[in-house]
Design a protein around this ligand. Structure first.
Ligand code: ZN
Length: 307
């Protein structure tokens, strides 16, 4: 794959980021932020999750967010669906791109959805069967590298589970997720290389990384070296995982845009407009933010004013 081939950044702030914020963000604010991210050039976003509103009240407005995002030109909106029941709700609401998720780690999966990975794999096959062929599917394997409960996850556990999951379809984008942010670049490069070699028929591969230990961009680069061209990121590095204690936000969208543009890999995203959104997101009540580029650019702006 060419070093300069374009990179797709999937903005997951409206899902992975917002779900970690306690105070309810008004639906109109969420929709406005999604619109501004779209204005900055993002054409793919994970805009919400269909989960039990009592478990995650922040995302109780999933239906309204889906209808609003459908009006944005050329936006590929995916929604996270942890079970068949929630996938059916998402499809009924008009979702066209389902982002299924299960954990490689049994303890993490049981903590999330009270079922084993194999039980979730059966549910995933039922989601594939329920979705018409024009519905796009992303398969997220959470804790592909590390689990907050049991630590490092071996490659064979990931590949063995993928073998079962891919029996349903290989016409799917598979995201290997560093849920805790404890992966390292060598592990990321190695797992993607092994997975791609074993399952060459998979349509596309993606990397979902958190920046808990400051390796979010380094891990994304390792995945890029392995040929991955789809990366999840959250505006302002927002987020955390409610089921992964101590995990901080996703790698910041602006950090990946900065890195890839410096490398000459086009993301189609305008950094200045993105940074303006990042500043507003950082000001949301209850937001925990991260990343480096936003602050570096703010410091540079202050310097320019002082000169
Ligand atoms: Zn995540």
């Amino acid at each position: 794959m060419s070093k300069s081939s374009p990179v797709t950044i999937v903005e997951v702030g409206p899902r992975d980021g917002f779900q970690s914020i306690g105070p309810f963000i008004p639906t109109a604010t969420k929709i406005a932020l999604i619109g501004r991210l779209h204005d900055a050039g993002l054409r793919r976003m994970e805009i919400t999750s269909f989960v039990s509103p009592s478990a995650l009240p922040q995302l109780a407005d999933a239906e309204d967010v889906v209808s609003a995002a459908a009006t944005l030109h050329d936006l590929d909106s995916q929604v996270l669906v942890p079970t068949l029941r929630h996938a059916e709700r998402a499809l009924a609401a008009g979702a066209r791109h389902l982002s299924a998720v299960l954990s490689v780690s049994e303890r993490h999966n049981i903590g999330n959805v009270r079922r084993t990975p194999l039980e979730s794999a059966a549910d995933y096959a039922a989601i594939i069967a329920a979705a018409s062929p024009d519905i796009r599917i992303r398969l997220n394997l959470a804790t592909s590298f590390d689990c907050p409960h049991v630590g490092c996850i071996g490659e064979e556990a990931v590949l063995g589970l993928l073998e079962i999951l891919l029996a349903a379809t290989t016409d799917v984008e598979v995201a290997l997720c560093d849920t805790t942010g404890r992966a390292d670049p060598r592990h990321v490069r190695s797992l993607f290389a092994s997975a791609q070699a074993r399952f060459p028929e998979v349509s596309a591969w993606a990397f979902h990384g958190h920046d808990t230990f400051g390796l979010g961009a380094a891990n994304a680069l390792a995945a890029w070296d392995a040929g991955v061209r789809v990366f999840d990121a959250a505006i302002a590095g927002l987020g955390g995982c409610p089921f992964a204690p101590g995990a901080t936000g996703n790698v910041a969208t602006e950090d990946l845009v900065w890195m890839f543009s410096r490398m000459g890999a086009d993301t189609g995203i305008e950094l200045d407009r993105l940074l303006a959104v990042a500043r507003n997101v950082a000001d949301l009540p209850g937001a925990q933010v991260g990343g480096r580029v936003r602050q570096a650019m703010e410091a540079r702006a202050c310097l320019a004013v002082a000169q």
